[in-house]
Structures are given as C-alpha cells and as structure tokens.
Write a protein that binds this ligand. Structure first.
Ligand code: ACO
Length: 449
C-alpha cells in the first residue's frame, strides 16, 4: 500500500543548483521520481542502459512483487486465475480491466469462434516460405500480413475487430506455421471445439487421421497460456508499446512483439531447459554432477530455468506448473525421465547454499518445456506457444497506452560518445581503409576462381 507520509518530492543537487522533482506513488507503494522536467531545468538527462531502473509508463494491468513472489492481473492473484478461470476469460480481464459476466464471456467466445479462419490466400503466403522456416518469423510475418487484409480506416469498431481477429487467428497461424514446417496439409479450425482443443487438433490432426484432444492436455495448455498472458513491461511488451507509440497499426505492433520475444534472452529459455534435460539424460544422467557444473565459474553450464531478474523468492508461475507437469507427464508418461531429472535438479538446487544465497529458484520455464514435450509440441514451437499466451497482454498494453492522456511517441535520448565535429575529407585525400582492402582481396579471389 502507498505510504501517505512518504515525501512527495525529491531534491537533486547538481553543482550549485538544486531542483525539486515530483515523486509519484503506485497503488502498491512503488515510488518513482518523475524526471520529465529534469532536462528543461538542468540540461541533464538520465542514463539507464537496459532500462533496469526506469519506469516507461504508469499502468493498471499487472502487478509483480519479485521479492515476495507475487503476480496479479488487474489485482487478481495468478494462483486464483490459474485455478478457476480460462484463457479467454483472462484475455477479457487484461484487455477490459474487469472479469467478464457470463454473457460477456459467451459473447467473446462466439466472436472468437467466428474469426478463426484465415483468408484463403494465406495458404499461398505459407507455401511461399522455405520448408525449414522457423515458426517464429513465420508467425511474425503472418501477423504483420493481417494488416494487409484489414485496411479500413481506424475506428473504435476496427480496433475491437482487430483484437478479436488476433485472438481468433493466432492459434490458426501458429498451427499452420508448424504444419508448413513438417510439410503436412493445413488443417482448418473446427469451431465446435474450445480454444485450446481447436489449436491442438490443428497441430496434430491430418486429413488421414482425426485427433481427439485429451481434456487434461487442453486444460494444461489453457493454464500455460494464462500464466504467460502478461508480465508488465518486459522486452516484447515494451516493444509493442514503443512501436505503437508511433500510432502504428495493431497487427504491426503485435508482429514486432513476436519478433522481440523470439530472442533467446526472452522467449527462448524453455527450449534451453529441454536441451539441458536432454543432454543430462543422454549423458551420465547425474543431476548432482550437472548442478556442480552450474556452480563452477570456470564452466559455462547454467541451471537453465533457474533464476529470474525480477523474482527473488520464487516465481509463482513455476509453483503452479510443477503440479500440472506431474499430472500431464503422469498421464502420458512420455517424458517422465526428463521430469525425474528436473525434479532432482530442483531438489538439489533448493538445498544448496550457492542457489539459496543468490536467491535462485525455478522460473516459469523450468517446467513449461517438459509439459510441451509431453504434449508432443516440438521444441521450435515453444516460443510460438509463449506468443499465443502473451497476446492479450500485448493488446491490453497497446490499448492502455493509446488511452493514456500522457500518450506521446516514445523517443529515448542518448549520451553521444562519437567523434566531435570534423571537416569532410575529399575521397582522393583519404587513405585506404580496411573496407577497401577487403574489397580488393575479394576481387582477387573471384578473379582467381
Ligand atoms: N545457474 C547458475 N548460476 C546462476 C544462475 C543459474 N541459472 N542464474 C544466476 N546465477 C548466478 C550468477 O552466476 C551470479 O553469480 P555471482 O553472483 O557469483 O556472479 C548470480 O547468480 C546472479 O546472476 P545474474 O546473472 O547476475 O542474475 P540476473 O538477474 O542478471 O539474471 C537470469 C537472471 C538471466 C534469468 C539468470 O538467472 C539466468 O541466466 N538463468 C538461466 C536462464 C533462464 O532460465 N532464463 C529464463 C528467465 S524467465 C523468462 O525469461 C520468462
């Protein structure tokens, strides 16, 4: 809770000058110095590489307290949403700000179902891409390409329709990108199915064989999507906001968020967890030896899926997933060896001084990859699953940003460290630079070839 007695301003001394800057408080007691007038008053800017201590906006969507392992969407604890809600309900909550009524949720489901199909010419779009294309750039390109199909002038109705189209078409595009990569025909959505069952069927059915979704798997997938639905100002969400701040179209902004998520430092960690578990299983199978390697500063091995920039007591999403992971793997049994190794790694690390003293706990990715593997989802689709889950969060932030009275184009400053002013040198007076030496070597090589 915010402390009413906390000072409302801060005084900054710089040389002989002293400036007073306002301090803002959030509803959960977070405080920030508003530096927006600092440059006008002093000529100074603030520098914070990686924005580790910079608030880029005021937001009412998601609250995280990393020290206490708290994650809430619109005030509702993630544990309660995970246990009692569905992904579409959470999507409504994030986008609209309140839980939907029964009628509102039914209407949302109906609208989503009516928009699951892609324009038929999209089949040509997929077939134009290389067979071995990674599904993430395919997803980013296809979502960006949606903007070419819906070009009406922007209005409240169009924005609403775009949100629905994104929620509805994302699973279809994701499944198509997978089908294309394995050379199988695309499977059309079946609207009698729920959101996750429909996606699993589009992934795994073929024209020769139907796929009956196991309700346990559909529920596990729904849970994974809920847990990934928002995480406040992370890299991809900040990207969506920054691109959106130029008033770019929603599809373009979501496409940029997908591209940001693709990076291994952001959405790629659960893939690395599976690779780690697989390498232990394929090697001597010893969790103890791997943990010893992860602690050794001369070894590059890290305990993937452990540690988090924000969570320093535990990641509440990991605790929820551990239980689901056991249920899914227990039912399917397909990757029980991986789960056994994961649980052994966790047990050793949680009682090891190295991990305790550094506040390193399992993060959401420690178990999500094991669940996806048990479901039969290939490793290169893991980040696509993450993008499907994060979609409502991206949309909610895009909408919140545009409704913000303080909304203006994002434009950070910099401290310039390059050459100071110098006079232009005519080309005949310039020496031979490294680039032209390289060009000559190429010319010689191709002449000799
Ligand atoms: N295994 C072994 N040691 C670790 C690990 C790990 N997984 N994570 C951190 N450490 C150690 C570091 O070596 C460092 O030790 P030191 O103080 O002796 O130098 C200390 O713990 C602090 O680590 P930092 O890297 O400074 O912590 P930071 O907050 O910058 O990094 C991060 C967090 C990137 C998540 C890190 O813990 C990590 O690399 N984990 C493994 C990768 C991973 O699981 N990423 C997914 C994050 S969740 C998500 O993005 C959805």
């Amino acid at each position: 809770m915010s402390d009413p007695a906390a000072p409302k301003t801060v005084n900054l001394r710089y040389g002989d000058e002293s400036v007073e800057l306002p301090v803002l408080s959030g509803t959960e007691g977070e405080r920030a110095i508003d530096v927006s007038s600092l440059r006008a008053k002093t000529g100074l800017i603030t520098l914070d590489s990686g924005y580790g201590n910079t608030g880029s906006c005021q937001s009412a969507i998601t609250f995280i307290d990393g020290e206490r392992g708290i994650l809430r969407y619109r005030g509702y604890p993630i544990e309660q949403l995970a246990e009692r809600s569905s992904f579409l309900e959470v999507a409504w909550l994030l986008i609209k700000g309140e839980l939907p009524s029964r009628a509102e949720l039914a209407a949302l489901r109906e609208e989503v179902v009516r928009h699951t199909l892609l324009h038929e010419s999209f089949t040509q779009f997929f077939s134009a891409l290389p067979r071995d294309a990674h599904p993430m750039p395919v997803l980013a390109a296809a979502v960006g390409a949606l903007a070419t199909f819906y070009q009406e002038p922007e209005s409240e109705q169009l924005i609403h329709d775009s949100c629905i189209r994104l929620l509805a078409k994302m699973p279809t595009i994701a499944a198509y990108s997978y089908k294309h990569s394995i050379g199988q025909p695309l499977i059309y959505p079946q609207n009698s199915l729920d959101y996750c069952s429909n996606f699993l069927r589009m992934m795994f059915a073929t024209p020769c064989e139907e796929y009956a979704t196991d309700p346990l798997l559909a529920r596990a997938l729904d849970l994974l999507l809920i847990l990934h639905a928002d995480h406040e100002q992370n890299c991809s969400t900040s990207t969506v906001r920054l691109v959106g701040s130029s008033q770019a179209n929603l599809f373009a902004c979501i496409s940029s968020g997908i591209s940001a998520l693709w990076g291994p430092l952001h959405g790629g960690a659960n893939q690395q967890v599976i690779e780690m578990l697989q390498s232990i299983a394929d090697g001597d199978g010893s969790a103890e030896r791997f943990v010893a390697r992860a602690k050794d500063k001369n070894d590059t091995a890290r305990l993937m899926g452990f540690g988090h920039r924000i969570y320093k007591s535990y990641d509440p999403r990991a605790a929820i997933l551990k239980k689901t992971c056991k249920e899914v793997v227990g039912k399917l049994g397909t990757s029980s060896r991986m789960l056994e190794i994961a649980m052994k790694l966790e047990e050793i690390a949680l009682s090891d001084e190295y991990f305790i003293s550094r506040k390193l706990y399992p993060n959401v990715d420690f178990y999500s990859g094991v669940i996806y593997t048990a479901m039969g989802i290939p490793v290169n689709m893991f980040t696509v699953m993450f993008a499907m889950g994060r979609l409502p969060g991206w949309i909610a932030h895009w909408l919140e940003m545009r409704a913000d009275p303080a909304f203006r184009i994002g434009r950070p400053r910099q401290i310039y460290q390059g050459a100071t002013e110098r006079a232009y040198i005519p080309i005949e007076k310039r020496g031979e630079g490294p680039v032209s030496r390289l060009a000559r070597r190429h010319a010689r090589a191709s002449a000799g070839a």
